[in-house]
Design a protein around this ligand. Structure first.
Ligand SMILES: [Zn+2]
Length: 453
């Protein structure tokens, strides 16, 4: 054997990226009948038609030791915990995947259906509209279970590599005013413009899939749009798949709860932001990416987050206010008290998935403000962290302590629409961050020592 062949054999014998297996699947999840769209209280009627299809897409990864994880991305607003539990139970039974091995992310488009019963306080659909939403939800569970199975059935050798880009259209939306924090544009507020790009290719280098993320509300279009759509994230995926045929483009919503696209309000702007993101993803793909070694570690937990204690009388008074949303929220909270199970806390799913030696996805439930992503990335400077929100379930917003103390829509008013009793206790940020530390340690990533050398 000559030297060149020996060198080639050594290359393949190395525990290199060729030990990955990846499988892909996708399914249209566009509602087949007119349904209420979720995210804006100002909508007055159900959807009229479709701007483009909504998708559930899955990528299954298997490392050299046979360990698996499946990432599912969807053009949806967010999942109720009951739905995720049902999908996870079915996937466990059918495909023997543990809870920690399934990641379900929603793009948080406000152009998709209401996922019953999340955010129904906003719209209060009549019984017939409710029936359509419940039908949609039943079908969605089937589709999600199917897409996971199809991705697992598609496993074939692959390589993984990671890179990062940046896009500037996310603007902090918490504007201080003499009347308190209001939704608007706050150029000086914190942002995270990172665009992580995970490339999945065949051993011959042919691109198979790209997972990319961004920390920004998927809300370029506003409440006057009654066409089903995936907003900028939907357009970005369509753009990438048009430019790179036979590639599956998958969008992961990161910690963009206090970020809005800027400017916003028209289909043209949603197309424009999607195109900006798509161009950046393609630029990163063409750049030198870092190979990811074949290794998966995953961990999952549900962490109870306490609400600030409030007296029953607060909600009894709320029953008499003009605001119909406050009234509906008060009814939910009081009914829970009457049933002997007052809502004192909410379980937040938190998941960590390590790929290779230094890449980790920390995926949080809820609408997570950008402070969490910025804090965790700062705390783990040696780790390539992707911090996602909108994963597994979205019970409400997850403010940082700063945002909680400042008040405004994210920590206070949004709780009404989610049917939650009110703002979190001040322990919220430390509870979430401590759980992230614990889960990161479980996947082999420890906090750098705080001791000074
Ligand atoms: Zn939101």
């Amino acid at each position: 054997m000559n030297g060149a062949i020996l060198a080639l054999l050594a290359l393949f014998a190395d525990s290199g990226p060729a030990e990955w297996n990846a499988g892909l699947a996708r399914k249209v999840i566009t509602p087949t009948e007119s349904v209420w769209m979720s995210g804006y209280a100002a909508r007055t009627r159900p959807s009229e038609n479709t701007l483009h299809d909504l998708w559930a897409k899955a990528v299954a990864l298997r490392d050299g030791q046979g360990e698996c994880v499946v990432f599912v991305t969807t053009d949806l607003i967010g999942f109720p915990q009951e739905l995720t539990d049902e999908v996870a139970a079915r996937v466990r039974e059918k495909h023997q995947l543990e809870r920690r091995q399934l990641v379900l992310n929603a793009s948080h488009t406000h152009g998709g259906p209401l996922i019953w019963p999340n955010l129904h306080v906003m719209l209060d659909p009549d019984p017939d509209a409710q029936r359509r939403l419940i039908n949609y939800r039943h079908q969605l569970v089937e589709d999600l279970v199917d897409v996971v199975g199809a991705a697992l059935a598609d496993l074939s050798p692959a390589t993984l590599s990671i890179g990062h880009g940046s896009a500037g259209f996310a603007a902090n939306r918490r504007r201080p005013t003499p009347q308190g924090y209001r939704l608007g544009v706050m150029p000086q507020g914190p942002v995270d413009h990172d665009v992580p790009v995970l490339k999945i290719a065949a051993p011959d280098g042919k691109l198979r899939a790209v997972l990319f993320g961004y920390a920004c509300h998927n809300t370029t279009l506003s409440s006057d749009c009654y066409q089903i759509h995936g907003d900028y994230a939907g357009f970005a995926q369509i753009e990438i798949e048009k430019a790179l045929p036979e590639t599956t483009a998958m969008f992961i919503a990161l910690c963009g709860a206090d970020q809005n696209p800027h400017p916003r309000g028209t289909v043209e702007l949603a197309v424009q932001h999607g195109a900006e993101l798509a161009r950046e993803v393609q630029r990163v793909l063409a750049d030198s990416l870092v190979p990811v070694r074949s290794r998966i570690h995953s961990a999952y937990d549900e962490v109870p987050l306490d609400f600030a204690a409030k007296d029953r009388s607060v909600y009894e008074e709320e029953l008499n206010v003009e605001n119909v949303y406050r009234k509906r929220r008060a009814e939910i909270v009081l009914a829970a008290m009457d049933a002997g199970r007052p809502i004192r806390h909410v379980p937040l799913p938190i998941q960590a998935v390590a790929l290779g030696d230094s890449l980790v996805l920390v995926a949080l439930g809820g609408e997570v403000v950008v402070d969490y992503s910025l804090r965790l990335k700062k705390e783990y400077p040696q780790t390539d962290l992707i911090v996602a929100g909108y994963t597994n379930s979205v019970p409400c917003y997850i403010p940082s302590l700063r945002v909680l103390r400042e008040g405004g829509y994210e920590p206070d008013d949004s709780m009404i629409y989610y049917g939650q009793p009110g703002p979190f206790a001040e322990s919220v940020e430390e509870t979430v961050v401590n759980a992230c530390h614990r889960l990161l340690a479980q996947v082999g990533v420890n906090l750098p020592s705080s001791e000074t050398k």
